[in-house]
Design a protein around this ligand. Structure first.
Ligand SMILES: [Zn+2]
Length: 110
């Protein structure tokens, strides 16, 4: 989701959904293959008792999960930027961030 053309990703998403955009509809159908699951775990080292829980999305269809991730990023207006070093997309920690955190050279750590 890029914030180009002064339109927020969430607004664009709603527009595509309301207009019945065929590409949006095609990928929206993938959500039928996504299941919400919750796992509970009782920590062995917790003397006071207690339980931890994690909710996650599961699917046998990778494109469905990717689409879900994209939709959630759009809905949250999460900005992305193009890294000036490797030219790949990344989620910047501030509006002035120019570079992603991918490692360029494992030997130098750059
Ligand atoms: Zn980069």
């Amino acid at each position: 989701p890029r914030t180009e053309h002064s339109q927020r990703p969430s607004e664009l998403l709603v527009e595509l959904a309301e207009n019945g955009d065929p590409t949006y509809q095609k990928y929206h159908k993938l959500e039928d293959d996504i299941h919400i699951q919750t796992r509970y775990k009782r920590p062995a080292d917790n003397k006071k008792g207690g339980i931890s829980a994690a909710t996650f999305y599961a699917s046998d269809t990778l494109p469905a999960l990717l689409f879900l991730e994209f939709i959630q990023m759009c809905a949250q207006d999460l900005p992305v930027a193009v890294c000036e070093s490797c030219h790949r997309l990344f989620v910047p920690f501030s509006s002035r961030a120019k570079y992603c955190e991918r490692m360029l050279d494992p030997e130098t750590g750059a």
